[in-house]
Design a protein around this ligand. Sequence first.
Ligand code: PLP
Length: 372
Amino acid sequence: MNPVPFLDLRGQYKKLKDEIRPVVDEVLDSQICIGGPQLTNFEKEVRDHTQSMHAVGCSNGSDALLLALKALDIGPGDEVIAPSFTFFATAGAIRLAGAKPVFAEIDEETFNIDVTKLEALITDKTKAIIPVDLFGQAANMTVVNEIAKKHGLKVIEDSAQAIGAEHKERRVGSMADITTFSFYPTKNLGACGEGGLITMNDEALATKVTQLRNHGQSGVYEHAYIGMNGRLPSLQAAILRIKLKHLDDWTAVRNAHATQYRGLLGDVEGLVLPKLAAETTRHVYNQFVVRVPNRDNVRKALSEQGIGSGVYYPLPLHLQPCFADLGYKKGDLPLSEKACSEVLALPCYPELQSAQVEQVAAALRTLVEKGA
Ligand SMILES: *Cc1c(COP(=O)(O)O)cnc(C)c1O
């Protein structure tokens, strides 16, 4: 059996090389390394793709969250609600802004924030909610927005994993006060290096975010805010523009893989396949995540057969050492903790072949059925 890597970025580049090399030369010849037409065109194209009013490129998805919090004046003394079962940056940014993360439980079926438990976490210090579109499926933005509106809170949607996803036929990027994206190489739209982007519908907010990403500069060496160096390099924008043209095709292939896995694994006892929320009209499957008993044994056995897999995430954020001062303990968010011990991400990238999906599914079935 040939090995099945968990991801194959070299394979993706090989197919795009002839398209990418000329624009790299173009940027290098122009020596417009920051800003310029590559950046503004990329921002326009993402704005259209996400059906939002304004898009501002920035340094990475983590800085995008920090810029969003700063743009909304969230800082010391404020509380921000975010799920515990997500990538670290979601809560790291809250802390870096000087505010306090308040961790929310997830919905067991979708892995996204459980909106039925959200209101209980709101205090008079709460300023914002950060739902995460985990694994490429939009959070329940309808209900998050309703709750936020009722309590006068802002919504920052962490869409690092979900560019192109749809909730009730609306694209992520168009629904929250601010939406943040990441172009880390393993995301569905990946740079050759770091990159991120922020979308919003409010023009004044877009101006503020644009200034904040450039040290709060409002005029020539005049600084309206204390911002940061949070810019997106032109070379990354140029490469991302090429990849954006392929994104919808890639998303279709990811969905085909997901459908194939569902068909092949739907009847395996003990294996839980990822569920689509009723409101999800387009999942983009940054990850295809199953739940398996004896996850670590299964993962090791797959690896021995040359099959790559991933664990997102092994430890919930409320139990991270750096957040010990917040006073959370084991058992506080049982569904988040349970997910951490059961989740296994299977290969699901556009370059993966249908025969490889079959190979992964067959190996996984055998392991789960014999109780690895
Ligand atoms: C990747 C990711 C980020 C951070 O993006 P970077 O570009 O790596 O800084 C934030 N939130 C989530 C949910 C992510 O998956």
